[in-house]
Ligand binder design. Structure first.
Ligand SMILES: Cc1cc2nc3c(=O)[nH]c(=O)nc-3n(C[C@H](O)[C@H](O)[C@H](O)COP(=O)(O)O)c2cc1C
Length: 407
């Protein structure tokens, strides 16, 4: 008998995005968890985003000789080694003090890009200084609180330009803030509502609590940098005032005229809106329902994808976010016409659980899962994925199992 070796492992490390989710839940107070993991009202759209992936089965061919080690795609004229970007998430610094800087560094380490939120915990300039690649900027077209004028939006655009950020993503699905009841129940607001129980909930996570207090990355730093200390005080409140229901397509045109680089519209679910944005000069569309945080009952983003991809085919890039947790989800989105996908919560789970290393690992997990799935399907390249690789899952696996034998 040959030599038999084994390793003694006391606790297996996280293997999946879901493993990171469980770890993240333990790492942060309930108030933060409600913000990161929660959604609007009855969470119908949040769950629908996941369920939509389950309705597709993957076809596979054998003996193709194909090994999908190359997952590269191009987004905004940048070659990415992975068809997964980091979606913009506000105040990432409450999940882990390294926030947007840690996440962007992990993204570039993985050969991809992060989309920095307007409501980021680190300013545009801080992220640009801490990274080497040209990441992307997400714009909330916020109005100045007093005048309602566009000066604040213009200054964000100008700062993103000066900092060398490459692409602008204009988020259009927040005319008002979604009704996030769990956040309200847990006191997550502007300012947060503290109770003795909530303080204890934070204090029993001393590592999180200490870093949170020490680094103070809870406000929207882009506003702080606009107006010094006074703005710092206002910033937390302002995050809840960015909504502007009066915005229309003329605002989108105005933003387009301020920005000469690649321009994306984020939060589109209707093909007519996608076509209109592309007609107005958008480089791409992000099919998204904001991760189920805005209109509860909105269509799952994967379900909205095929019509949008068909409507703008060949004229624009189509990105998708919402519910991507597995490499097979990435593959399905690419088959249905996405150029690449974005992840929001998955990297926040990584960040909350293990800081930037956790984000790197989440990206690594998705890379390995995607490549493995494609190789098992017999597909060599991302460009070869199309709808012919998908079958409606209920036609394939929806066969009722025979009832168990009666004794
Ligand atoms: C905690 C959190 C904060 C977010 N903040 C922003 C934001 O500032 N701007 C934005 O355009 N989208 C924001 N989003 C939405 C994400 O960009 C993305 O659309 C969504 O997270 C995708 O769904 P997923 O979390 O299932 O991957 C946020 C999402 C989360 C979870």
């Amino acid at each position: 008998m040959g030599a038999f070796t084994y390793r003694w492992v006391s606790r297996p490390g996280p293997l999946t995005v879901d493993d990171y989710r469980r770890r993240a839940r333990r790492a942060v107070p309930g108030m933060v968890w409600a913000f990161v993991d929660g959604g609007a009202e009855d969470l119908r759209t949040l769950h629908a985003n996941r369920a939509a992936f389950g309705r597709w089965a993957l076809n596979s061919r054998v003996l193709t000789g194909n090994d999908a080690s190359d997952l590269s795609v191009e987004v905004a004229g940048v070659p990415l080694s992975l068809p997964v970007l980091l979606a913009p998430t506000g105040v990432a610094g409450i999940s882990h003090w390294t926030g947007d800087v840690g996440a962007s560094q992990a993204a570039e380490g993985a050969g991809t890009r992060a989309i920095l939120s307007t409501a980021s915990s680190y300013s545009i300039e801080e992220v640009a200084a801490a990274t080497t690649e040209d990441h992307f900027f997400q714009l909330y077209p916020w109005a100045d609180e007093a005048t309602g004028a566009r000066a604040l939006t213009a200054s964000f655009i100008d700062r993103a330009k000066r900092a060398g950020l490459r692409a602008l993503f204009v988020t259009v699905d927040v005319p008002v803030l979604g009704n996030r009841e769990d956040e309200r129940r847990r006191g997550m607001g502007a300012p947060p509502v503290l109770t003795p129980a909530r303080i204890v909930d934070a204090a029993i996570r001393p590592r999180w609590w200490y870093r949170f207090l020490r680094h103070q990355r809870m406000g929207a730093r882009n506003l702080v940098d606009e107006g010094g200390v006074e703005a710092a005080v206002r910033s937390v409140r302002a995050q809840y005032r960015f909504m502007r229901p009066e915005l229309d397509w003329t605002d989108f045109e105005w933003i387009r005229d301020q920005w000469s680089g690649p321009l994306y519209i984020k939060g589109v679910l209707d093909a007519r809106d996608a076509v209109r944005a592309v007609d107005l000069g958008a480089t791409g569309v992000v099919v998204s329902n904001h991760g189920g945080r805005q209109l509860d009952g909105a269509v799952a983003s994967l379900d909205a994808l095929p019509a949008i991809a068909a409507a703008v085919k060949g004229r624009a890039e189509v990105l998708l976010d919402g519910g991507v947790r597995r490499g097979t989800d990435v593959v399905k989105a690419l088959c249905l016409g996405a150029t690449a996908v974005c992840i929001g919560r998955p990297y926040l789970y990584g960040l909350a659980a293990r800081g930037p290393e956790g984000v790197s690992h989440v990206l690594q997990i998705l890379r390995e899962e995607t490549a493995r799935a494609m190789t098992l399907m017999g597909v060599a390249r991302v460009a070869d994925l199309d709808e012919t690789w998908l079958l409606p899952a209920d036609h394939v696996v929806g066969v009722e199992p025979s009832p168990p034998e009666q004794e």
